[in-house]
Every structure is written in C-alpha cells, then in structure tokens.
Write a protein that binds this ligand. Sequence first.
Ligand SMILES: Cc1cc2nc3c(=O)[nH]c(=O)nc-3n(C[C@H](O)[C@H](O)[C@H](O)COP(=O)(O)OP(=O)(O)OC[C@H]3O[C@@H](n4cnc5c(N)ncnc54)[C@H](O)[C@@H]3O)c2cc1C
Length: 390
Amino acid sequence: MAYTERALEIAARVEDFVRTVVIPYEKDTRRTSHGPSEELAAELKQKARDAGLMTPHILPDGSHLMHSEVALVLRKSGLSPLGPLALNTAAPDEGNMYLLGKVGSAEQKERFLAPMIAGDARSAFFMTEPAADGGAGSDPSMLKTRAVLDGNHWVINGRKAFITGADGAKVGIVMANSGTEDKLAATMFLVDLPDPAIRIERVLDTIDNSMPGGHAIIAIENLRIPADQILGELHKGFDYAQIRLSPARLTHCMRWLGACTRAQEIATDYACRRHAFGKPLIDHEGVGFPLAENMIDLKQCELIIDWCAGVLDSGELGTTESSMAKVAVSEALFRIADRCVQVMGGTGVTQDTIVEQVFREIRAFRIYDGPTEVHKWSLAKKIKRAHKTA
Ligand SMILES: Cc1cc2nc3c(=O)[nH]c(=O)nc-3n(C[C@H](O)[C@H](O)[C@H](O)COP(=O)(O)OP(=O)(O)OC[C@H]3O[C@@H](n4cnc5c(N)ncnc54)[C@H](O)[C@@H]3O)c2cc1C
C-alpha cells in the first residue's frame, strides 16, 4: 500500500507521541475498573493538544483524512491502550464524529461536533437495548425505544444497554423508533448530556477497562427533544447506522491492529531475552512458530484493512467488505494476543505489560459492531442471493 506523504507524516508524529508520552502512563493508578478517570483522560488529551495532535485524522479545516490514510494513523494511535483516548481517535467518539460530519446540519456541527473534535466533549451512541427487555442487539429491528411527536418535540422512552462512555459524556446520539409500534422507522436524535431524563441505572463490570465511563445500562424517561435535534432526516436512522458502521468497524480493526503489533513487540522481546533449556525461547520451535504466525496474521490484517479502506475511499458503503474485514481481523487479532500471552509464560497474564490487557479486552471485539456469527450469517445470505442471480 502506498500511503500518502500526509498520512506518513501524521502517523510518524502519532507513533512518536504514543511511544514517548503515552506509554509511560500505562501504569498510572488513575485507571479504574470502569476506565481511565476523567482527570487522567484530560491530562492525556492536553498532552496531545500541546503536541498539535488532538484528533489527528480530522484536519484543522474540518476535512477528514481518507480512510486509507486513517488506517495508518489510527494503527499508530492504538500502539498503547491509552493512545486512542489521548489522541481522540477512540470509539465511540471517532465513529460519532464521522457520522455527525457526514449527516449533521451546519448548526448541529457547530454545537455538537466542534467540541468533540476539540477534545472538549466525549459522546455516547445509544443503540443496543437490554436482552431482558427483548430489545435491539444483534438484530437492530428489535428496537423498542419509542419516540413520539408532541407538538414541536419528540418524547423518547426506553432502555439502552452497553452504552460506552455514557457516564461523563456531553453529547449523545439516541436511536429510537419514530414510526409506530407496528411499523418500525428508526431516527437518530442528538442530545446534550447529562440530561435528567437519561438516567444511568448502572455501569456494567466488564472484561475491559480502557474506555472512560465504562459501559452503562440506561433508562430514558420522557426525554423531550426539539425537532431540530434530529440528526439528518426523520426515519433515516438505519441508513445512517450503515454510514457509521462500516468505517467504525474498520477503525476498531485499525486501533486493535496497533495494540497487537505492540503485544507482538513485547512478546518478541521476552522470547529473545528469556532462556530455557540452554537457549533463548525464540530458538525453540514452539515459541518461534507462534511469533512467526503472528507476523503473518498481522500482515494479513493490515492488508484486509487497507483493501476495505480503499473500497470506502471509492465512495462505496463497503458493507460486505467491512463485514469480511471485521471478522477476519477480530478473529486473527484474538489469536495473536493469545499467542503473545503463551509465549510470555506467567508474565503474559500479569499486568506488568499491556499484553494481559490486550488479550482480555480484545475478546469483546468479536462481539461489538456485529458479532462474528452475525457477519458470517449476513455474508452467507449475500452468497446465496448471488448464486440465485447467477
Ligand atoms: C464492550 C462493548 C461496548 C459496546 N458499546 C456499545 C455502544 O456504545 N452503543 C451501543 O449501542 N451498543 C454497544 N455495544 C453493544 C453491542 O453492539 C452488542 O453487544 C452487539 O450488537 C450484540 O448484541 P447483544 O449483546 O444483545 O447479543 P445478542 O443479540 O443477544 O446475541 C448473542 C449472540 O448470539 C449470536 N447470534 C446472534 N445473531 C445470530 C445469527 N443471525 N446467527 C448466528 N449467531 C447469532 C452471536 O454469537 C451473538 O454474540 C457494546 C458491546 C460491548 C461488548
């Protein structure tokens, strides 16, 4: 892949920043079980601002780097689990900024997007609903949260689940059924947070701890939103979810590729220094081969990400391609992280290095933004349709 000069230059600065400034924070005690504290997040962001690297994938004139450029920059930001937070390239903000940039009105961009790009406001994306309520999960058409028009306002009621970063966010994008109970029509609404009508029932205790605010169960009770806070157009929520989903899936792949690249560096260092049975571990086939397999998997991940980014850059929605990339990369990176742990023996499962965190946290990536099985199921349907046509 021939990256642009611009992407190479930004990525080099991002990598230098992550390696020299961010990595020393990895053992900071302000990392809680529900993510880095707001104080730590603010301190890291200020460092990125000082380095002229806040939100490096969006240029000062507001334009967005091409997806193929983002691929390189976000990969470098992911070299530390704290990198995306510091640089404002983390989920869900990165996907929310992309969506707002694509479909927000000029006023909405000024009010909601500008503070996000500046790194002054975090955001949350409210789509998934609790399984216990029979709400939307893998199947978004099970959306239960209702939006009902009342004069000039929409009144929203429902519950949401796994909402990343809701605790502490200033901007929310809420997906609700603006049709009828019988006829689903989804709309996205922009909200200022916090709002008393959006109540955090509890922050879940999850396998990961790198997202500020963690992941919350939310009750939405009589939330009143003026009609001009509809994001884009009424009833277009599912179309906009598609606009957000393909790039957002791919940016997860990019950040996690960075994290696993670093895990491989750490495991390699261990295997070259540590000896057993008279020679360095790496000279034992049982250790050298997994590292070689990682090298192959890492390159394959890079290639499929760059391929999919190229499809998005051509203006396509890239739904099929991003499904393929998401499955291939999330599954391969999970294997890579697991091999890194094994190569490092007991040290691999300690918090002495980030390998333990990468292994633990990457597990969820096989579930969010579409579980592997759902992508395969949707690809299989496309294969069948294409076969019928042929
Ligand atoms: C860490 C994390 C962060 C998240 N952040 C957000 C967020 O910020 N905002 C938000 O809205 N959501 C968020 N989510 C929710 C995420 O998008 C959902 O977990 C995901 O869509 C799956 O829905 P579910 O958990 O309800 O699983 P379910 O729908 O209950 O599915 C359970 C399992 O069933 C299987 N399955 C489902 N359908 C099929 C099929 N057709 N064929 C074969 N197998 C199938 C899959 O293995 C799946 O994992 C987050 C989730 C996690 C884990």
